[in-house]
Design a protein around this ligand. Sequence first.
Ligand code: MG
Ligand code: MG
Length: 251
Amino acid sequence: MISIKNTMQQDGIRRSANLLSAVFSRIGTLIQPGITTLEIDRVVEETIKSGGGIPAFLGYGGFPASVCTSVNDQVIHGIPDGNTLKEGDIIGCDIGVILDGYFSDSAKTYAVGEIASDTQRLLDATEKSLRAAIDVCWPGNRVKDIGKAVTESIKPYGYGVVYSYCGHGVGLSLHEDPQIPNYYPSRGLNPRLKPGMVIAIEPMINAGTADVEVLEDEWTVITADGLLSAHFEHTILITGKSPEVLTFWGS
Ligand code: MG
Ligand code: MG
């Protein structure tokens, strides 16, 4: 069932998203060669808690950390560890916040130091596909218009649009209806977007094929061909007119 959030709930989710955005502003300056993903996790957890929030991912389904850190060929759900990031790596940071019972969810893939130009191209294309998807989030359009926008935006690059994982409704819990595929055409329901819906749109784009595998830790999703992958996500409120992007990443 798709929940329509009332004004009070929208305000609560907006506050949650503001705290989440502050977390991204904080880690953006930290991500440099030499830092470990475990150190990033510690800062994420501290920043969320000092803002009065709860890390939504910590303990979710048994996930052991506050941030999913997905490095290079890792697509999503990477687990922070003691390995240091190296110049030229990319790292997707996916974070969820609960504040006063309201959930927000966002992800950004960062460059670690200087990265190759074809790597930057993957990041830029993925972020651009998220913007293209947000641009169709007007009331009356349908969920599958979102995946269509992502897929059409990515098509000129020849990258793989991951089909095994989707965006989702969010706000009163971490994962709500509807599921929001990033690819098109897709199976499943195709409801209309209505004012008061809050959704997380999160294209995962692979430099090679769209196929993925899950590691033995039963969390980390990697590209099947070992090539790089990028992931960007925003929490968005559908309004009576243009969409309101509730999360932001700062510099
Ligand atoms: Mg997320
Ligand atoms: Mg999400």
